[in-house]
Design a protein. Structure first.
Length: 258
């Protein structure tokens, strides 16, 4: 069944995209590690998101798998429709399932970007987030290499993930922050970065909208999505799923909030 997508849109990284995006972290094996159990279903989720539901904002990361989801996105969607924004994130090591380690050494960040370009099959990452700030590396150095890659035409826009207002202010002195991606949901319901993003005109992309499934099991998908979408037109949630039937439920719920 085809469900009408939510009517609302948002401009992120210079593109007008659907406010309801699709997070892709769940399109891997257990522990966000390796290939999905059902590769055909994962590809179907990606294709249906675009072609059945009009979702045009996709969020991924080189750490998902690692590398698994970027390959899946290319296999499912390449050549990418002109209106689709593929955002990816760099700066995270994956030594084992469910293990995440920020690594912001400039040489590593550059290697991450080059790898994502190849896996996604593009010449430029339209939106590239610093996945996490590495506390062992000067933040200015981490941003400087992304800025250099932007100058080389390999990154279009730079985003930040899991950051504080202080982080956003510091980075904004050096580059234009295209989007901020933080946890926000009915359980983790306050993030001071949201108000600062509004003041600075930065789109806010809440991840983990269902709190890793806890909220969906307790309330269904309708209430958590409505709560986020009703926060304002600058909020663009990116729920993630590996199941086509769950994607339909999400889109139906979001359409009801339009």
């Amino acid at each position: 069944m085809t469900v009408a997508p939510p009517a609302s849109t948002i401009t992120i990284a210079g593109r007008t995209v659907s406010r309801l995006g699709l997070g892709t972290m769940r399109l891997t094996g257990p522990g966000i590690w390796g290939d999905p159990v059902d590769r055909a279903a994962a590809l179907s989720v990606l294709r249906q998101a675009v072609h059945s539901y009009g979702i045009t904002h996709f969020d991924t990361a080189d750490a998902y798998g690692p590398h698994t989801v970027e390959h899946l996105i290319r296999d499912a969607l390449f050549p990418y429709p002109e209106n689709v924004l593929i955002a990816t994130k760099v700066g995270m090591l994956r030594p084992a399932p469910n293990v995440w380690a920020p690594h912001g050494h400039p040489a590593y960040l550059r290697a991450c970007v080059e790898g994502s370009l190849r896996r996604l099959g593009v010449e430029r990452l339209e939106l590239c987030y610093l996945h996490r700030i590495d506390p062992e590396v000067a933040l200015d150095d981490q941003i400087a290499v992304l800025q250099a890659l932007q100058g080389e035409g390999k990154i279009g826009h730079i985003g930040l993930s899991k950051v504080t207002p202080e982080d956003i202010r510091q980075v904004s002195k050096e580059v234009t922050v295209a989007a901020v991606q933080n946890v926000l949901n009915m359980s983790d319901h306050f993030d001071p970065a949201l108000e600062l993003c509004r003041d600075l005109g930065i789109p806010y992309v809440p991840y983990r909208p269902f709190d890793a499934g806890v909220l969906a099991r307790a309330h269904g998908v309708l209430a958590p999505l409505h709560w986020l979408l009703n926060l304002g037109s600058d909020v663009a949630p990116i729920p993630s799923t590996s199941r086509p039937e769950h994607l339909e439920q999400i889109v139906t719920a979001a359409a009801g909030a339009a």
